[in-house]
Ligand binder design. Structure first.
Ligand code: ADP
Ligand code: YYY
Length: 672
């Protein structure tokens, strides 16, 4: 997951390959609650691992449910409709799929509970559900603003004789919550009557299908009233089905379906294959595939896979009632940027009460990219930028809304070849923590568009420290090029090849088959972790020796250039800016006085328990500087266009800030 302040997505040109999507949030959280409330033990497979499921799991554990987790599998011992801990304070983050159903279940079971979440959760309406629960005789009180969490739940005196009325035109989650809770107290038939037009019906379908898996068949009239009246039959009882498999999230699939529709493959025409969900999914958002094919996607499907490729280009503008796919419709709004006219998405008032006011947020962010947007009370109309030149590089504010972060990443396919900045990318953790990793695994960018920041300089100037922090702040890959020379020195020494010029060819040959492997801050040579071994001063001096051999340098060029991968790279060494990445957009030449560098190295070695003396370190360091600067190939010197940074008097944080400011000053993002 990218836990950076922002993630800059370079302009993307192509996409092809396979993606396996995480489990559906809606199914995961419903199944977890049903498993907890039912009798028997349920093994849930392919469970989504995300913020919202973590919140649900924590809440269930607090309520006394036994849960065993191994990876994507959870084994849940059901409570059989009885709460061993009828008193608890539950923090439910911003998870509507936890807040609403838990409120209903705990209200009918009764106890002494407090349910709350983050600030945004306390702005999301729950009054319609509470009203329905009060009719039932539940004791639910607002601890803050009327109509919103946090809530206090006490002991009920249930009245189940009259039909329970619930509004269905704000959120279908209220009805879902009642449907899942009422089987706990179905001593007689319980009728639920929906007031107003029920929105987001597909989510109710999911609820009904999962209830059926847990042994409860909800009956409803046929014909026009099919969505107005639901009856939980007397004697209904939640019974674990044993094993439950969670489908991949159809809303998450929408981003990759769109990707297949707006991109072409770099070679051939493979398109995008999505694993874990097919056209016959029980999730309503699967109907996104119909909308996407109207816009121009070619879609094939099997039982649990989808294959998407581009058919019409530009995409075709559509005018669509999106009530049946409220979440996935956000993806259509971004696809509309690539359409041949104005796209109108209607009947999406529910966007206003989601993680943020999505209607206003989508309008604001689409306009930043250069689109013309009309925002209505319950619709959005998007007209693409009129010309290539009208596109703008935008910094997309994401409002702690995972779907805004994910759908706007697709704007990186813009014809103007502009990057897109996604602010607070970690908000995708709500449903798809590794979304950006998955995106980068199937997309390509022209090499010249993948940013590289070079940090060159003499030994112990702090290059490695600075480069690693800058890479981490930007979510970029990190190349410690010196480690490659250090490993070369180590391997040659172990092969008993003396490090002199007569053996240049033999040492370069050794590199052809050297199994070097990077894993975070660890470097492996075959099965051996050599990270520490190559850090000694002797290893540094040996690295400096082998690095003077032109054949060795040549043998390492391609390997180093392969580190330039999405979304970007920070590379540290001696010749990053002069030889390896000569057109890098930012080159830094980092120096510090010899006295200062010797002192830093001394402290560094001593802290690692390696003995050293200052005078000998300083002599070694000056000898290494001289060799590195005076060799015939790629000598240590600043690139012509490098920015010089002497950090003798600066802390690491100060150096990082200077470099990040230099980087920021090169970006063209509009944020308003
Ligand atoms: N700006 C700085 N101020 C003080 N110490 C620093 C600074 N930058 C790096 N150091 C310290 O100096 C030592 C050498 O830094 P390192 O990044 O290994 O240098 P290089 O990669 O250039 O050889 C490390 O212990 C590091 O923490
Ligand atoms: N891009 C590079 C990186 C390192 N080298 C050589 C020269 C250096 O003295 C050695 C070791 O480099 P490294 O960056 O690991 O050394 P320091 O951490 O700066 O002491 O490798 C090089 O020639 N070109």
């Amino acid at each position: 997951m990218y836990s950076t302040a922002f993630l800059d997505i370079p302009p993307l040109t192509h996409a092809q390959g396979d993606v396996t999507l995480p489990g559906s949030k809606s199914i995961s959280n419903r199944v977890l609650l049903l498993a907890a409330l039912s009798s028997g033990t349920t093994t849930v497979h392919d469970l989504l691992d995300s913020d919202d499921t973590a919140v649900m799991l924590d809440a269930l554990a607090t309520l006394g449910c036994a849960i065993e987790r191994t990876g994507k599998t959870a084994r849940i011992t059901g409570l059989g409709g009885k709460l061993p801990n009828p008193s608890a304070k539950l923090f439910l983050g911003n998870a509507g799929t936890a807040m609403r159903p838990l409120t209903a279940a705990l209200a009918v079971l009764g106890g002494d509970f407090e349910l709350g979440g983050v600030a945004r959760m306390h702005e999301r309406p729950i009054g319609d559900l509470v009203d329905a629960l009060l009719q039932l005789g539940c004791d639910v009180r607002y601890k803050g603003q009327t109509g919103y969490p946090p809530l206090h739940i006490g002991l009920p005196s249930l009245r189940l004789d009259a039909p329970i009325q619930v509004r269905g035109d704000v959120s279908s989650q209220f009805l879902t919550a009642l449907l899942m809770a009422l089987p706990l107290v179905a001593e007689r038939d319980i009728e639920i009557e929906v007031l107003g037009e029920l929105i987001s019906r597909p989510y109710i379908e999911i609820t009904l299908k999962l209830l059926a898996q847990f042994g409860v068949t909800v009956s409803r009239p046929t014909g026009p009233n099919a969505w107005q009246r639901f009856t939980i039959p007397a004697g209904a009882k939640l019974q674990s089905p044993g094993d439950v498999y969670v489908e991949a999230d159809a809303s998450s699939a929408s981003y990759f379906i769109a990707l297949g529709a707006i991109s072409t493959a770099a070679e051939g025409s493979n398109g995008i294959k999505i694993h874990g969900v097919g056209a016959s999914s029980i999730q309503g958002d699967i109907r996104f595939i119909e909308a996407a094919s109207h816009m121009g996607a070619h879609i094939e499907s099997g039982p649990n896979w989808l294959h998407i490729s581009r058919k019409a280009w530009p995409l075709k503008a559509i005018d669509l009632d999106c009530n049946h796919i409220p979440d996935a419709a956000m993806t259509l709004a971004v696809m509309a940027l690539y359409a041949d006219g104005t796209t109108t998405l209607r009947n999406i008032a529910s966007w206003r009460v989601k993680e943020t006011d999505r209607l206003s947020a989508m309008a604001t962010e689409l306009r930043k990219l250069g689109a013309t947007v009309v925002e209505g009370a319950d619709f959005i109309q998007v007209t693409p930028p009129p010309t290539v030149a009208a596109w703008q590089a935008a910094s997309i504010h994401t409002y702690d809304d995972h779907r805004i972060a994910m759908c706007f990443s697709l704007a990186a396919f813009n014809p103007a070849r502009l990057p897109v900045r996604i602010e607070d990318p970690k908000c995708v953790a709500k449903t798809f923590p590794d979304y950006f990793e998955a995106l980068f695994s199937v997309t390509q960018s022209a090499e010249e568009h993948i940013p590289v920041i070079c940090i060159d300089g003499p030994t112990a100037s702090g290059k490695g420290t600075l480069a690693a922090v800058v890479a981490q702040k930007l979510g970029y890959h990190f190349l410690d090029s010196g480690s490659l020379y250090r490993i070369t020195g180590l391997a040659a020494t172990r092969a008993q090849i003396p490090l002199d010029v007569a053996n240049e060819q033999a040492i370069a040959d050794l590199l052809q088959s050297l199994p070097i492997h990077f894993e975070g801050s660890h470097i492996w040579l075959g099965p051996e972790d050599v990270s520490e071994l190559i850090r000694t001063e002797e290893a540094g001096m040996n690295a400096s020796r082998v690095s003077a051999f032109p054949m060795v340098r040549a043998a390492l060029i391609d390997l180093q250039r392969r580190f330039r991968a999405l979304p970007g790279l920070v590379a540290d060494g001696r010749d990053m800016g002069t030889v390896i990445f000569p057109v890098a957009p930012l080159k830094v030449y980092l120096t510090a006085s010899a006295a200062c560098r010797a002192e830093r190295r001394y402290k560094q070695l001593i802290s690692k328990g390696i003995s050293a003396t200052l005078p000998s370190l300083r002599a070694d360091l000056e000898a290494r500087d001289a060799r590195d600067a005076n060799r015939s190939v790629a000598p240590l010197r600043p690139a012509q266009d490098a920015k010089l940074l002497d950090n003798s008097e600066l802390s690491v944080d100060q150096s990082v800030e200077i470099v990040l400011n230099w980087w920021q000053s090169k970006q063209l993002y509009t944020s308003h």
